[in-house]
Write a protein that binds this ligand. Structure first.
Ligand code: HEC
Length: 87
């Protein structure tokens, strides 16, 4: 009884450390939450700074985007990295 339970726990621990790395979580969240009302074409060519993205995501949250504080910062990091202003 004990051993299968332990193996299950170990598998879960491994899954959560590989599947939910901040990088992948940010991407998942953007692909999931930010396609709720429009597609990701909206994000292309924005090239916003971190502060501008922060303001924009806040605007999306007030439109009704379901984002927690933790998810907010993951989304922000992802957007700044992948849709940030080019230097
Ligand atoms: C609840 C619906 C909803 C969700 C969820 C949502 N958006 Fe939007 N988004 C809108 C609406 C409505 C507009 C058009 C607003 C406007 O044109 O003023 C928009 C427009 C945009 C634009 C274009 C803004 C511009 O000035 O051209 C961007 C970029 C954007 N959204 C990014 C995001 C991101 C990033 C997310 C995920 C965090 C997201 N949206 C989630 C409703 C949503």
């Amino acid at each position: 009884m004990l051993i299968p339970a332990m193996a299950f726990t170990a598998a879960l621990t491994m899954a959560s450390s590989t599947l939910t790395s901040p990088k992948d979580r940010g991407r998942e969240l953007v692909e999931d939450v930010c396609t709720y009302c429009h597609n990701l074409e909206r994000l292309r060519g924005q090239e916003l700074s971190r502060e501008e993205w922060r303001g924009l995501i806040k605007g999306m949250v007030s439109e009704g985007a379901p984002v927690t504080d933790e998810e907010f910062s993951l989304i922000l990091d992802y957007l700044v990295k992948h849709y940030g202003r080019k230097h």
